[in-house]
Design a protein around this ligand. Structure first.
Ligand code: URP
Ligand code: ZN
Length: 455
C-alpha cells in the first residue's frame, strides 16, 4: 500500500462512518479498521472528515473573450481548485467561429496535458450549430464528453442559438447519449433594456442587473424546459440563479422529465445588493446574482433535490479588466471566481448545520460524477475509486483573502468571508497536492477523464 489515511470519518453522499482508507497506485484498495502497512505513508485524520474531492462541473479556464481571456489558465485554475478540495474539473471549451468541435477539444486537451494539476474533462460549447457540427457531435461523444452547451444570449456577439437550432441540438444530443446545457437568458429583453439604459446614461454595474432581472432568466429557462419536455430530451440548466426558473424545473422533474439544474456558490451567498456598492463590477456575471427570494429558493431546491449540482462557473478577470467597464457596464467582462471557494463554502454551511455533509458531497461530487458519466471512478470513496480525497478539519477557521488564494487573479469576491472548517489536505489519485494552505502538486499531473454516454 502507498498511503493509509487513519482514524478519519469518511463522508460519502450516503454514509458517514469511521474507517481507515488504504490507497495503492492512485486507487482506494481497502476501507476498514486498523489498517497497517510498513511501506505506506500514514496520515492521521483523527477528529477530521475524509471526503471525496469535489468535481467542479462548470469552469471557464483561459476562456477567450474579445481580445482578453479569463484570468486563470489550466495551471493556475486547477492549482487553486486543488487548494479548495476540488480534484476534477469539467471545463466549457468554446467553439471559435468556423472551428470544428473536435479541433477545439483536441487543442484544449493538449493544453491540459501540459498544464492541468488535477484531472479534467470538457463540455463543448457550440456557437455555430450547423449540419456539419451536428454530425461531428458523434465524434465528440466517442472522444469522451457527454454534454454540449448552447447560448440563448450573446446574440450581438454572433454566438446565440435560435429556438429551432436549439431543438435540433437537443434532439441530436439525446440520440448520441449526451445532454444539452442551455445558458438561459432572453437576449432581446437584455438588448432592449441595455439600449435604453445607455441612452439615458445609466452605465453603473447596477444596470447590468437591471437589464437582466429575474424575468429575463425565468422566461428563457421556461422556454428551454418547454422544448426539452415537448421533445422529451435531457436538459441541463447551468448557473441557475432565479426562483421561478427553478419552480418550472421542479414542475417538469415532478412529471418525470430528465432535467438537471446547477447553481453556483455566488448565487447562494451574495444577493443583488452587491451591484449597488463600490466594487460592483467585480460581481458582474451572467446570469447576474438575484434577490433574496431567489437565493432562498435555490437553497430549498438543493435540499429537496431539484438543484442537483453546485459548481462554480469560475470565469475570473483581473481588476483592471473589470474596471474597464466602470463607465459602461456592458464593457465589463462577465464572470466571477469560486474554484477555490466552492467546497469550503458548502462544507462550512454544513458545519454550521444548514445542510448535511452528505448533501454537500452529493451536489459537489457524486452527482456531477454520476450525471457526467464518470462514477464510481470519481465522486465517492469506495474500493476501486480514484483516491481523490480531502481531509477536512471542522475546527479550522479560514478567512478568504486574495493573498491566501492560489489562483492568478488579483482580487476575489470572497474577500473577507469566513469559513467554519476548512480542507487541510487534498489528494489527487493518492498524491498529496495540497497541505495546510500550501500547494504541493505539479502541472501536467492531471489526466483526461473519458466520460461515458448517458445510460
Ligand atoms: O458570466 C459568466 N457566466 N461567464 C462565463 C460564460 C458563460 O456565460 O457561462
Ligand atoms: Zn453560461
Amino acid at each position: 500500500m502507498d498511503l493509509i489515511i487513519k482514524n478519519g470519518t469518511i463522508v460519502t453522499a450516503k454514509d458517514m462512518y469511521q474507517a481507515d482508507i488504504g490507497v495503492k497506485n492512485g486507487k482506494v484498495i481497502l476501507i476498514g479498521k486498523d489498517l497497517d502497512h510498513s511501506d505506506a505513508t500514514m496520515v492521521d485524520a483523527t477528529d477530521q472528515l475524509v471526503l471525496p474531492g469535489a468535481i467542479d462541473a462548470n469552469t471557464h479556464l483561459g476562456m477567450p473573450l474579445d481580445n482578453i481571456q479569463s484570468a486563470d489558465d489550466y495551471e493556475s485554475g486547477t492549482r487553486a481548485a486543488a487548494c479548495g478540495g476540488t480534484t476534477t474539473i469539467f471545463d466549457y471549451v468554446i467553439q471559435q467561429p468556423g472551428e470544428k468541435i473536435m479541433d477545439t477539444l483536441r487543442k484544449r486537451k493538449q493544453l491540459c496535458e501540459k498544464e492541468a494539476c488535477i484531472d479534467y474533462s470538457f463540455h463543448a460549447t457550440l456557437t455555430d450549430v450547423n449540419p456539419e457540427i451536428l454530425k461531428d457531435m458523434e465524434e465528440a461523444v466517442q472522444f469522451g464528453i457527454n454534454q454540449f452547451k448552447v447560448f440563448m444570449i450573446y446574440s450581438k456577439e454572433g454566438m446565440a442559438t435560435d429556438d429551432g437550432t436549439l431543438v435540433k441540438a437537443m434532439i441530436r444530443a439525446k440520440e448520441l447519449g449526451a445532454r444539452l446545457a442551455v445558458h438561459a437568458e432572453n437576449p432581446y429583453i437584455i438588448n432592449m433594456h441595455t439600449e435604453e439604459f445607455l441612452a439615458e446614461g445609466k452605465v453603473h454595474p447596477w444596470y447590468h442587473y437591471q437589464s437582466r432581472q429575474e424575468y429575463v432568466e425565468t422566461e428563457a429557462v421556461k422556454r428551454a424546459v418547454y422544448w426539452a419536455t415537448s421533445f422529451n430530451t435531457p436538459l441541463y440548466i447551468p448557473h441557475l440563479a432565479c426562483k421561478e426558473g427553478l419552480d418550472e424545473i421542479s414542475r417538469a422533474r415532478n412529471e418525470g422529465y430528465d432535467i438537471l439544474a446547477e447553481t453556483c456558490p455566488h448565487y447562494l451567498y451574495f444577493t443583488n445588493e452587491v451591484y449597488k456598492y463600490d466594487g460592483a463590477q467585480n460581481y458582474v456575471c451572467s446570469p447576474p446574482i438575484k434577490g433574496p427570494e431567489s437565493q432562498d429558493a435555490l437553497w430549498n431546491g438543493i435540499k429537496r433535490g431539484d438543484v442537483s449540482i453546485v459548481s462554480t462557473d469560475h470565469c475570473p478577470f483581473q481588476s483592471h479588466e473589470k474596471n474597464a467597464g466602470l463607465d459602461d457596464y456592458t464593457k465589463i467582462p462577465n464572470g466571477v471566481m469560486g474554484i477555490e471557494n466552492m467546497y469550503p463554502y458548502m462544507l462550512s454551511e454544513a458545519n454550521k448545520g444548514r445542510l448535511s455533509f452528505n448533501k454537500v458531497v452529493e451536489v459537489c461530487s457524486s452527482n456531477p460524477a454520476q450525471f457526467f458519466g464518470c462514477s464510481p471512478q470519481k465522486g465517492t470513496i469506495a474500493i476501486g475509486s480514484d483516491a481523490d480525497l480531502v481531509v477536512y478539519d471542522p475546527e479550522k477557521t479560514f478567512v478568504v483573502r486574495p493573498e491566501n488564494m492560489h489562483s492568478n487573479v488579483d482580487h476575489t469576491i470572497w474577500d473577507g468571508v469566513e469559513f467554519s472548517g476548512y480542507p487541510v489536505k487534498t489528494f489527487s489519485r493518492g498524491k498529496l497536492v495540497y497541505d495546510r494552505e500550501t500547494f504541493l502538486g505539479e502541472k501536467g499531473w492531471g489526466q483526461f477523464i473519458k466520460r461515458q454516454p448517458l445510460g
